[in-house]
Structure formats: C-alpha cells, structure tokens
Write a protein that binds this ligand. Structure first.
Ligand code: SF4
Length: 136
C-alpha cells in the first residue's frame, strides 16, 4: 500500500498559492480548497513561510483577523525571458557549468540578470537572496 507523502498537502498548498499570483489567497479559502482543517492549514502556512516560499499578510475579513498568502516568487512568464541572451546564443549547446563556456562566467547572462533586478520583475515581496545565484 502506498502511503501519501507527509508534505503532499504542503506541495498542493504551494501550487495553489502560486497560481493566485499577485492576488494571493485567504488562508480559509485555501484550506477549504484543499480539504484541510484550519489547524493543519495554519501549520502548513507557517512552514511555507519559514521556507521562504510564501509571504503572509494580516487581513481583516468579516470582522476577524486572518492571513492572505502570496507567493514569494512566480514562475517565469514567456514575456519575462523573451530577451534572455541564452535563447539566441550560438554557444548554447556547448554552455555548461563544468566547462569554459559557462553560465557562471557569462557576462551577457550576468548583465541580463542585473537588468531584471533593476526593475524588480523577478522577485516578489521583500527582496531575498537567491542561493542558486551564489557562485561561491
Ligand atoms: S550563459 Fe552565456 S554562453 Fe551560456 S547560453 Fe547563455 S548567453 Fe550563451
């Protein structure tokens, strides 16, 4: 018999929150959607927040304080990557982090990423450090 993974609900919750985009979702709506209890839901929301995946904002709903959950990051849209230099790069097929032609040392890619940071089109909410960009 296959036991459901403990973090299945956490994954479903994260996907749901990500799909709400900039609108976010009230905790109570999310738990209803997932068929979870409010106690279980609160535990999941706190876990997702601790992992830096969602942001919780206090909101007054029907005279009671609750939280609205927002994704900290959204999946890239086509519009956001349409001018990525890798798409038309002649070295794309040979580009690999373990070789001399590498995204780790590519000035074109670095310039493009820095231009994204300037207009804030990638990160949502408070700025946080993306460990995947750490070249140490
Ligand atoms: S990282 Fe640089 S070299 Fe590699 S595919 Fe992108 S633009 Fe080309």
């Amino acid at each position: 018999m296959i036991m459901p993974k403990r973090n299945d609900l956490e994954q479903k919750a994260l996907h749901f929150v990500m799909n709400t985009g900039y609108t976010g979702v009230l905790q109570s709506e999310l738990w209803r959607e997932l068929g979870a209890s409010s106690r279980e839901g609160s535990r999941i929301a706190i876990k997702l927040e601790e992992k830096g995946l969602v942001r919780r904002e206090k909101e007054l709903e029907g005279g009671r304080w609750t939280y609205r959950l927002f994704p900290k990051r959204l999946p890239a849209s086509i519009e956001s990557i349409v001018d990525c230099p890798c798409l038309l790069c002649q070295d794309n097929a040979r580009c690999d982090p373990t070789t001399a032609i590498s995204p780790k040392s590519c000035a074109k890619l670095t310039d493009w990423i820095l231009s994204l940071d300037n207009d804030g089109s990638v990160a949502l909410g408070e700025p946080d450090f993306d460990e995947s960009m750490d070249s140490r």
